[in-house]
Design a protein around this ligand. Structure first.
Ligand SMILES: [Zn+2]
Length: 100
């Protein structure tokens, strides 16, 4: 009899035979939004707004009335889009700059 232990990704359920492989894979799901442009963040906030009515519990999204959550995400997206703030490190996003 062979006992086979598998590890599954807590984000997507993909299975691995080693804990290390699984942990490495899980890191690929983690995003640091500091590295994203304002437009990308605004898009994500708009997506959250669009999904608000699909992800609610008892008429509340993240503990607030769905309509409030939607309004908050829409307003945040609009303000992020109109922000003049420039992120200097966005351009470095695709480069391997961690070791410098
Ligand atoms: Zn995964």
């Amino acid at each position: 009899m062979n006992k086979v232990v598998t590890y599954s990704c807590e984000y997507c359920g993909k299975e691995f035979y080693s804990e290390e492989e699984c942990e490495e894979h899980e890191k690929t799901h983690i995003i640091d939004y500091k590295d994203k442009s304002n437009e990308e963040i605004a898009e994500l906030l708009s997506d959250l707004s669009d999904m608000a009515y699909d992800y609610h519990i008892g008429g509340q999204t993240m503990g607030m009335p769905i309509r409030n959550f939607k309004s908050l995400m829409d307003t945040a997206a609009t303000r992020v889009r109109s922000s003049k703030f420039e992120q200097e490190h966005v351009a470095l996003d695709s480069e391997d700059s961690e070791e410098n």
